[in-house]
Design a protein around this ligand. Structure first.
Ligand code: ARG
Length: 596
């Protein structure tokens, strides 16, 4: 067999066969068509080489090139000049389409070698298969999670956390320098309320034990007081004004509350496999730019004074009117976002900044993006809002979810009970607590990322814990099963170097071919996700892979195969499949399990 070599193919901008070998197969297809139809360039054709429907590897829809003359004639030219080679095996003409099958032997050799090399032999020492360099030299800030201290952590924050963590991994995988940022709601009149309430209900001990819960409790209590006694709100507003004026005495406790809350959050995020480079918050936004924004908009005639409060009029852009400053002079959410964005640009000089915030705040985000544009900041168009829909029905058996740790605990215990139902299996699990926690979290994440972000969905614990259907537990199970093959076949290990594995022996197996082709497509899945900011494409890929593996399972056996060379080649396919499935899961912020 002649070994396919990428050097004989032209290079096409935006492709990188050293990281995505399917690029070579597509370029080879494009090259043939461009040779048969000389008015087209390889690059033009390349952009029209799509994945085929079931049974076809790649398909080109000829009409998209808008060539003069008849489609049939163009197709015949391609078909009659066709010669199979190490890249492409055959072509089929069907109406306006040309379908291509790639050369199976080189598909196997090239894809599996690339997966192995980019997983186990990279200079970074880390698995890199699926990654690309498109973002090299560029910096992005991704702001996500951003809960409010002393208020509840609702499912909207959970979605932001899950989607944001995915985006951070995704941008890193595409070569970007990523700054993960958590913008806490750590400022505002509620802190005046807590300060007032803390004098009456606060406990240092409870605070140290669980700051998030204690501050929430104090806040609930003091709000009850305020409902009966209007004086409480007045006191609170006074207190917050002192904080805004930088009165150290008024700020002292607040600093401790904030620090302890962050500490608690950091632990919980770690359990979710989520990390932040920067914890900042509304409190950190300086006054300077908030004032300047107001001035600038005033000069533009967009500000009106309503009983001392300042309003910006964005009706012209169908973005309504918005308050920028209250009448007591304290700042508000919107103004802080304007000032915050400007400060972030000055500090980080980002090439892009993403805000992962619920679609309920579409108007808010649109307003402050618009204001930054009106202020003519050249970087204003580098901001992007990644939004998402609502989740219904996520409550624990004890009631409504208020805290992140309740969600985590419930996911773990629901999963734990589920696993105990299978007594035999359960006994074999080394660390049932840790394992059920991990699978439970996977279940929550998969349910969240399975559909388009903007869709609302109803959360279901039954679905989340199920090992059947496209669920988190099923995905972990698929990975565990793959991980077990090597353990069960020590006589085949270590596998020889890729070039010595006789993968041609599998060329007749449609199961192996399906798996390998999918593995080859993973770098494209990553690229598409970067364009759409949708985790669902990666989730879909992971399940497709899990399904083709599960269909291969009983047919493409390793244990019990007498021909050692065949067994090795099969094992190699499974090992690569496990590496790619693991990579997809990690991209989704999931920790793939080795055993369960
Ligand atoms: N803390 C806000 C909330 O819970 C979310 C913050 C979103 N980010 C922003 N830059 N506005 O609603």
């Amino acid at each position: 067999m002649s070994s396919a070599s990428t050097s004989t193919l032209p290079s096409v901008p935006g492709t990188d066969p050293t990281r995505c070998i399917l690029d070579s197969f597509r370029i080879s297809i494009a090259k043939r068509i461009a040779e048969a139809l000389p008015s087209l360039t390889v690059e033009q054709v390349y952009n029209g080489v799509d994945y085929g429907k079931k049974g076809e590897d790649f398909t080109v829809a000829l009409p998209r090139f808008r060539l003069p003359g008849k489609v049939d004639e163009h197709a015949s030219k391609v078909v009659s000049s066709f010669q199979p080679d190490e890249w492409v095996q055959s072509v089929k003409h069907d109406k306006a389409f040309l379908h291509f099958q790639v050369n199976t032997a080189s598909l196997f050799r090239q894809v599996l070698t690339q997966v192995s090399t980019l997983t186990h032999s990279t200079t970074s020492g880390k698995p890199e298969y699926g990654e690309n360099k498109s973002g090299e030299g560029k910096k992005i800030i991704i702001e996500y999670s951003s809960p409010n201290i002393a208020k509840s952590f609702h499912v909207g924050h959970l979605r932001s956390t899950i989607i944001g963590a995915f985006l951070a991994n995704l941008y890193k995988a595409c070569g970007w320098e990523v700054i993960s940022m958590n913008y806490l709601g750590d400022w505002g009149t509620q802190f005046g309320m807590i300060a007032v309430g803390f004098e009456k209900y606060g406990s240092q001990e409870a605070l140290e034990k669980d700051a998030i819960k204690h501050l929430f409790d104090v806040y609930v209590q003091v709000n009850k007081d305020a409902a009966e006694n209007p004086e409480v709100k007045v006191e609170a507003a006074k207190w917050f004004k002192r904080m805004e004026d930088g009165d150290e005495e008024a700020l002292k406790n607040w600093r401790v509350w904030r620090a302890l809350s962050i500490k608690k959050y950091t632990d919980e995020y770690a359990r979710l496999n989520v990390h932040f480079d920067v914890y900042t918050g509304e409190s950190a936004v300086g006054r300077e730019w908030q004032d300047k924004a107001l001035e600038r908009l005033d000069q533009m005639g967009l500000i009106s004074d309503v009983e001392g409060a300042k309003l910006v009029d964005l009706e012209k852009w169908k973005l309504q009117k918005a308050v920028l400053r209250k009448k007591d002079g304290t700042s508000i959410y919107l103004t802080r976002d304007i000032g915050g964005a400007i400060e972030r640009y000055e500090k980080y000089k980002f090439d892009k900044m993403i805000y992962v915030v619920s679609a309920q705040q579409d108007l808010h985000l649109a307003q402050f993006f618009k204001i930054l544009k009106l202020m003519e900041f050249p970087w204003a168009d580098k901001l992007e809002h990644v939004n998402y829909g609502l989740v219904q029905g996520m409550s624990t058996r004890k009631g409504t979810v208020v805290f992140l740790d309740q969600i985590i605990k419930e996911a773990a215990s629901v999963m734990h009970e589920q696993m105990q139902k299978n007594e035999e299996k359960y006994k074999a699990v080394e660390d049932p607590e840790g394992t059920s926690l991990e699978i439970g979290i996977t279940g929550v994440k998969i349910q969240d990322m399975a559909a388009k972000r903007i869709n609302n969905y109803a959360f279901s614990w039954d679905r989340m814990k199920s090992f059947e259907g496209d669920t988190g537990p099923y995905l972990q199970y698929a990975h565990v099963r793959l991980a077990s093959i090597a353990r069960k076949n020590p006589h085949l290990l270590p596998l020889p170097s890729p070039s010595s594995i006789k993968v041609e022996l599998l060329a007749d197996s449609p199961h192996a071919r399906d798996i390998v082709f999918l593995l080859g497509s993973y770098p494209d899945v990553v690229k598409t996700a970067l364009k759409t900011h949708e985790p669902s494409g990666v989730v879909t890929f992971a399940f497709r892979l899990a399904h083709v593996i599960s269909s291969a399972w009983d047919v493409m056996v390793v244990k019990g195969e007498e021909d050692v060379e065949v067994a090795r080649a099969r094992l190699w396919v499974y090992e690569n499949a496990r590496d790619v499935l693991g990579a997809a899961m990690r991209l989704l912020s999931i920790r793939p399990l080795e055993r369960m």
